[in-house]
Design a binder for this molecule. Structure first.
Ligand code: NAD
Ligand code: USQ
Length: 403
């Protein structure tokens, strides 16, 4: 390996963000080991859902990567939430320079589906994150831990105050009439059990950075859209997953799929929800930039906002309707969220590091034609509706209780 090349473990490297990231880091010359328990594939099987794109098995994916590039990515089937000793043994043998952590249950609707899914999401996500931090500390090694967090930890009830990168300078009047300055974590206000686990992850990071001097970057990412990256396009067996079902499909990819299968675009409520977005090509670039720029071991977690644009759900639906002729349906919102909100986010660090965003205007047509339309015949129509509700009151047919 060359001077700037690193040993990198990608936890969750078989998933939607993790797979193209593993390929991108490998292409950049790093030695990549994917750790994944394939839980995302099992959850699809359990739900009767599937990726719109036909994703190959892990073995086929890795063989295709070597055929296409001559590069080798290793794979270890480990559940990081439950198999602490196996994960620790892997760290001891690989001695990674960086661990990129995608290995969590990431769908808000799935985390609100029922008590089994709520408990699974908390047990899996908190144990996975804590086991990674504890294993690193136990071995006394010093990899840079890069975690995929989410913009949604902050909630969406704000009135448009710019969300800073992690920290808020506050001035507190003391009893002695002096003003005390503190740099605190920006307050969280999660909107689902899933988002709550990401808020809790932040406290785990804060503790291990302070107590054990771990170097940690927490990337607060917006909603990822798009499917393919330069690397996943190299061979059909490398294609990335495209989730569109009511639990795992994210809003813009769902609208693109709905447009090509002739389903009305399912706008929740008025569609006045403003959210942050990023294309999958920019996700992989941001992670490479984060890996190349570890924070100093100064006891403080580096928190970066990983997003490039904000849009309302209503505007996205109108844009997709304009390019496809699809109809828009305003459906009852199954979530407990503000009907309308403003959102302003600072993404200064990645722009300063040289990120050149892929905008909706650049990528939307390609995504519609080369992915959604191409694989529309694989759509399982009964998986389109969002049926997971935030409260019992919102279940169809339930007589609403008084608030
Ligand atoms: P995904 O579900 O496609 O991928 C997650 C991967 O982690 C899966 O392959 C799964 O099998 C694996 N995994 C889960 N628990 C594990 C465990 N205990 N041990 C080993 N592997 C485990 O999700 P994604 O969309 O790729 O998201 C990756 C990360 O990025 C998540 O943490 C998510 O919170 C964050 N994120 C995603 C988005 C988005 O729009 N997709 C946006 C912001 C943040
Ligand atoms: N929505 C619709 N119609 C749909 C689906 C969703 O109007 O058919 C609305 C939702 O009500 C919500 C918004 O679109 O207001 C976004 O929903 P989403 O499912 O696209 O995104 P979200 O649940 O927030 O979660 C996704 C990822 C998660 C990540 C998060 C980033 O699944 O892993 O953390 O985006 S963020 O939103 O910035 O927190």
């Amino acid at each position: 390996m060359g001077k700037n090349e690193k040993q990198i473990i990608v936890v969750g490297g078989d998933g939607f963000c993790g797979w193209p990231t593993a390929l991108h880091l490998s292409k950049l010359g790093h030695k990549v080991t994917i750790v994944d328990n394939l839980s995302r594939r099992w959850i699809d099987e359990k739900m009767g859902a599937d990726s719109l794109t036909p994703i190959a098995t892990v073995e086929e994916r890795l063989a295709a990567w070597t055929e296409a590039t001559g590069l080798v990515i290793d794979f270890e089937s480990i559940d990081v939430a439950r198999e602490f000793n196996r994960f620790t043994a892997l760290l001891a043998s690989v001695k990674p320079d960086a661990i990129v952590h995608f290995g969590e249950q990431r769908a808000a609707p799935y985390s609100m589906k029922g008590i089994e899914e709520k408990r699974y999401t908390v047990d899996n996500n908190i144990s996975a994150t804590h086991n990674i931090l504890a294993a690193v500390t136990e071995l006394g090694i010093d990899p840079h831990v890069v975690h995929l967090g989410t913009m949604g930890v902050y909630g969406y009830d704000d009135d448009g105050i710019e969300i800073p990168e992690g920290y808020l300078n506050v001035y507190i009047p003391g009893d002695d009439q002096r003003i005390y300055q503190r740099d605190i974590l920006y307050p969280t206000n999660p909107g689902s059990v899933y988002h709550m686990t990401k808020s809790m992850d932040q406290i785990l990071f804060q503790f291990y950075a302070k107590n054990d001097g771990l170097r940690i970057t927490d990337l607060h990412q917006g909603i990822v859209w798009g499917t393919q990256t330069d690397e996943t396009k190299l061979d059909p067996r490398l294609v990335n997953r495209f989730d569109y079902d009511g639990d795992y499909g994210t809003v813009l990819n769902r609208f693109l799929m709905q447009a090509v299968v002739g389903h009305p675009l399912t706008v929740h409520g008025t569609g006045g929800q403003t959210r942050a977005f990023i294309h999958i090509k920019d996700t992989v670039r941001c992670i490479a930039l984060a890996v190349e720029n570890p924070p100093a071991p100064n006891g403080k977690v580096a928190i970066l906002n990983q997003m490039t644009e904000t849009h309302t759900v209503r505007d996205l639906a109108m844009l997709v309707a304009k390019i496809s002729g699809a109809k828009i349906a305003n459906v009852d919102n199954p979530r407990n969220e503000a009907a309308e909100n403003d959102l302003r986010v600072s993404n200064k660090t990645f722009l300063d590091l040289g990120l050149q965003p892929t905008t909706l205007a650049d990528g939307l047509m390609e995504e519609t034609q080369e992915v959604a339309a191409k694989f529309a015949h694989r759509c399982i129509h009964k998986m389109i509706p969002c049926v997971s509700t935030w409260t019992d009151n919102q279940r169809p047919g339930v007589v609403k209780k008084a608030a």
